[in-house]
Design a protein around this ligand. Structure first.
Ligand code: NDP
Length: 332
């Protein structure tokens, strides 16, 4: 059983010293437990926050233990009546080939509904984040301008498509020409801005001639400063992520953009997807319908091999992924 341990808290960007690949015997499930073989493992930006020993909405990763994340796996042995050998499940499990989990920590994945990998993406945590953050806080209306940063990622790409389904004009912000093309041509965004290019402020202004009504913020920092200057009266900002800040060694105070919030009576509200846990069923149903009808298309970036999980994780901070980043560990 290969396992990836968290062995050093990073300062700034994590690197090879953060992780260590070790081996152990395949564990045996006890009563009420299930042995799960990892098929897909999810790497997510929030995991960077758990690498710091600071208070947050979730406990820090303990040092010298196997890293934990979202996993889609297949049941190998079940000592829980609810699961049988061969069932596909999703849960928070270890970065390892095999995990033992309690039955109640797992949910069944229906392979008839969509490919099982989607349980970690569009029909999983990132999809739900997009749905609830946009619908509950953003509340996009017809013909409003919705701007989304991190637009070509797991959350952002779903946000933009849901906003389009609600009749909004959608402007995406992303970091490469390949992503810009994808958002325009494949997802039908109305305008897309490359934040790596010069004159971000001017380009955003051109892309948003009627100002900004909803800004779904995945990145924070200078990109968000530029968007917030363009807010309209009663604009809404679902504050979902701040990836540009996660690896900073010193806090970034940045320019002050709050006057724009004040004079526009705007709302900026942080949220964590688990705030919406009681409504997950509703969210998944809506997302599954849109996916089945082809109204939401999803993209996955899949790296092969458990040993490459650290590299896949680090790639998130270099923009290497188009859509949801996954690691394929074994076959179904
Ligand atoms: P993505 O699939 O969007 O991957 C991360 C992307 O962020 C990269 O591809 C890269 O795209 C972009 N990025 C990386 N560094 C920077 C930077 N310095 N400045 C601007 N963009 C950067 O990840 P997710 O969709 O999973 O997550 C998106 C955001 O949502 C994250 O901030 C995450 O923490 C947050 N999140 C919040 C949740 C919540 O409950 N509130 C739940 C899930 C996610 P590019 O090439 O465009 O730079």
């Amino acid at each position: 059983n290969r396992q990836i341990y968290f062995v050093q808290r990073p300062k700034g960007m994590p690197d090879q010293h953060t992780f260590e690949l070790r081996k152990s015997a395949v564990p045996k499930p006890g009563p009420g437990e299930v042995l799960v073989r990892t098929v897909y493992l999810s790497v997510d930006p929030y995991m960077r926050g758990r690498m710091n020993d600071t208070k947050s909405y979730i406990e820090p990763f303990p040092l010298n233990e196997v890293l934990q994340g979202g996993v889609v796996g297949q049941v190998e042995v079940s000592k829980d009546d609810r699961f049988q050998e061969g069932d596909l499940v999703v849960g928070m499990l270890g970065w390892q080939d095999y995990s033992v989990a309690k039955g109640e920590e797992l949910s069944r994945v229906d392979p008839q509904l969509a490919p099982p990998s989607t349980a970690l993406g569009v029909l999983g945590m990132p999809g739900l984040t997009a749905y609830f953050g946009l619908m509950d806080i953003g509340q996009p209306k017809k013909r409003e301008t919705v701007v989304v940063s991190g637009a070509a990622g797991a959350v952002g790409s779903v946000v933009g498509q849901i906003a389009k389904l609600h009749g909004a004009r959608v402007v995406g912000i992303a970091g490469s020409e390949e992503k810009i093309r994808f958002l325009k041509e494949e997802l039908g965004f109305d305008a897309v801005v490359n934040y790596m290019a010069e004159n971000l402020k001017d380009k955003l202004k051109q892309a948003c001639p009627d100002g900004v009504d909803v800004y779904f913020d995945n990145v924070g920092g200078e990109v968000s400063d530029a968007v917030i200057r363009l807010l309209n009266k009663h604009a809404r900002i679902p504050l979902c992520g701040q990836i540009s800040l996660y690896n900073l060694e010193k806090p970034d105070d940045g320019p002050r953009v709050q006057p724009s919030l004040l004079i526009n009576s705007a709302l900026m509200k942080g949220f964590i997807v688990s705030d919406y846990q009681p409504r997950f069923k509703e969210g998944l149903q809506r997302l599954a319908e849109w996916v089945a009808q082809g109204q939401i298309v999803y993209q996955e970036n899949i790296i092969d091999g458990l040993e490459n999980a650290p590299q896949a994780f680090l790639g998130l901070f270099k923009g290497e992924n188009l859509g949801k980043q996954l690691v394929k560990v074994s076959d179904i």
